[in-house]
Design a protein. Structure first.
Length: 95
């Protein structure tokens, strides 16, 4: 019997599947690195990590994340649902 949990494993469109050239991948990775180094992104991550620790879910393997809502509130949410929602098709990336 196939595991339901891993049915979609490996299905995410990687850079290769999207047809990105090596040069384009390099540019994308450089952009991502620069973006994540900004003070705003550091504060965003720090805020979520602090909330995650306070909620007692940081590093305990319960598959829970702290997620921002549209109103700015931080709530506990399954990591798979939180990380899969990435703002495609003009939709907000926030719950």
């Amino acid at each position: 019997m196939e595991s339901k949990r891993n049915k979609l494993a490996g299905k995410h469109p990687s850079y290769d599947k999207l047809g990105m050239s090596e040069e384009r991948k390099k540019k994308k990775l450089a952009y991502d690195k620069k973006y994540q180094e900004t003070e705003e992104r550091k504060q965003y991550r720090a805020k979520l990590n602090k909330a995650n620790r306070k909620a007692g879910t940081y590093g305990n393997g319960d598959d829970m994340d702290m997620s921002h809502t549209k109103s700015g509130k931080i709530v506990k949410e399954k990591s798979t649902r939180n990380r899969s929602r990435n703002g495609q098709n003009g939709k907000s990336s926030k719950k």
